[in-house]
Unconditional design. Structure first.
Length: 141
């Protein structure tokens, strides 16, 4: 397995099976052009995109820069081989190298595989967390 940073729209589109929804080339282009956006893809020996992790740097005047692990996905046929852990570790390493003061991820409390993966890489529970969202129908555009 090799983990590489995605730098082209073609790489992001070739990993379509790893996303929750169908990717769009225009959005992939914007993602790559946005400062602080990062996508790492794990490739199997045959070049198949077996997993991905995305991160987004967040900057605040009184805190500095932190990395949000936005999404982690491993193709079902490649699960339980350490790919999710390796991708998470690669993103955390990148965050440290960029000077982020921390990295964080929001996880559903019943997502045991994700919780186990993140904890195995040194993440700790900060306590109860509630996420509220405002939906604007952006996914439909």
């Amino acid at each position: 397995m090799e983990i590489r940073r995605a730098t082209t729209v073609a790489e992001l589109m070739a990993a379509a099976h790893l996303y929750d929804n169908a990717p769009r080339a225009a959005w992939a282009e914007r993602f790559l052009a946005a400062p602080g956006h990062l996508m790492l893809i794990a490739y199997a020996e045959d070049g198949f995109p077996a997993g991905l992790v995305s991160g987004i740097e967040m900057l605040h005047p009184d805190k500095g820069v932190e990395m949000c692990l936005y999404e982690l996905s491993v193709d079902e046929a490649y699960r339980r081989r350490g790919i999710g852990r390796a991708l998470t570790e690669a993103l955390v390493t990148e965050a440290r190298e960029r000077g982020c003061y921390d990295a964080w991820v929001g996880v559903d409390t019943d997502n045991d595989p994700a919780l186990a993966t993140y904890r195995s890489t040194g993440a700790r529970d900060d306590g109860e967390f509630t996420m509220l969202t405002w939906g604007f129908g952006v996914k439909d555009r």
